[in-house]
Design a protein around this ligand. Structure first.
Ligand SMILES: C[S@@+](CC[C@H](N)C(=O)[O-])C[C@H]1O[C@@H](n2cnc3c(N)ncnc32)[C@H](O)[C@@H]1O
Length: 228
């Protein structure tokens, strides 16, 4: 949760709308959340949640979840945590996890800022992915963007040394903000070289929002940082 200095009200990166769920998504939440969802209280024991010790990556804002499914399928030796606030996406992803038989995916619902601050232990993650976060294009809404100095410091604190922070966006102005904010955080090393974006996105799955952006003719900017 980011704090608005003037009013001390939290500035969230999302607006809660009453999301319409399909009956299948609702049924998946009811039947599958107990197996794959985490109702976190205090700091999580990741080994206990996954039933094994393995490198764990967190995807923030997984949307419909197809990236998480692709990553968890391609790398069964790694654990994948997802966090989002979007209930239909959570329902869809729970159904997909159950259908695929994957045992290396767990979900959290809520604001990633709260989840990182309250539930993810320090230096416990091997990777964090933030792919096509809500761009909040209007200048007066830029304060809602997730990638701000406080957030980046929080991500750095939850990554283990050597852990990767992978970001992508199709909004040039947000891409430049990401580069500037991450470049100013001394705990992160830009793997593309200081002040540079990554040349290609071939080491991560293409996402739903990315496909939509490309259909509209948008360019995509990728960033990769390592926790020092
Ligand atoms: C533009 S969508 C991108 C979804 C997906 N990553 C993709 O590329 O297709 C952004 C997602 O981030 C989620 N989101 C926004 N702010 C969030 C927050 N603070 N914590 C968790 N999820 C958040 C939204 O609910 C939405 O699913």
């Amino acid at each position: 949760m980011m704090t608005c200095a003037a009013s001390h009200r939290p500035v969230r990166s999302f607006v809660r709308r009453s999301a319409r769920m399909t009956p299948a998504q609702r049924a998946a939440i009811e039947s599958r959340w107990p197996a794959y969802g985490i109702d976190a209280v205090g700091l999580l024991d990741l080994d206990a949640e996954f039933g094994r010790h393995a490198p764990t990556e967190l995807e923030i804002g997984f949307g419909n979840g197809e990236t998480l499914i692709a990553l968890a399928t391609a790398q069964p030796e790694r654990n994948y945590l997802g966090v989002d606030v979007y209930e239909p996406g959570i329902g869809r992803l729970l159904a997909a996890i159950a259908a695929s038989g994957l045992s290396n995916v767990r979900l959290l619902r809520g604001d990633a800022v709260d989840v990182l601050s309250e539930h993810i232990p320090p230096a416990s993650l091997d990777g964090v992915l933030l792919l096509f976060p809500d761009p909040w294009p209007k200048k007066r809404h830029h304060k809602r963007r997730l990638v701000q100095a406080d957030f980046v410091e929080l991500v750095a604190a939850r990554l283990a040394p050597g852990g990767r922070f992978t970001l992508a966006t199709d909004w040039q102005n947000y891409a430049e903000q990401m580069l500037e904010v991450l470049g100013a955080q001394p705990s992160f090393l830009n793997l593309a070289g200081a002040g540079h974006f990554c040349a290609a996105s071939s080491d991560r799955p293409v996402t739903k929002f990315e496909r939509r952006g490309r259909r509209l003719g948008h360019r995509v900017w990728d960033l990769r940082f390592a926790r020092r």
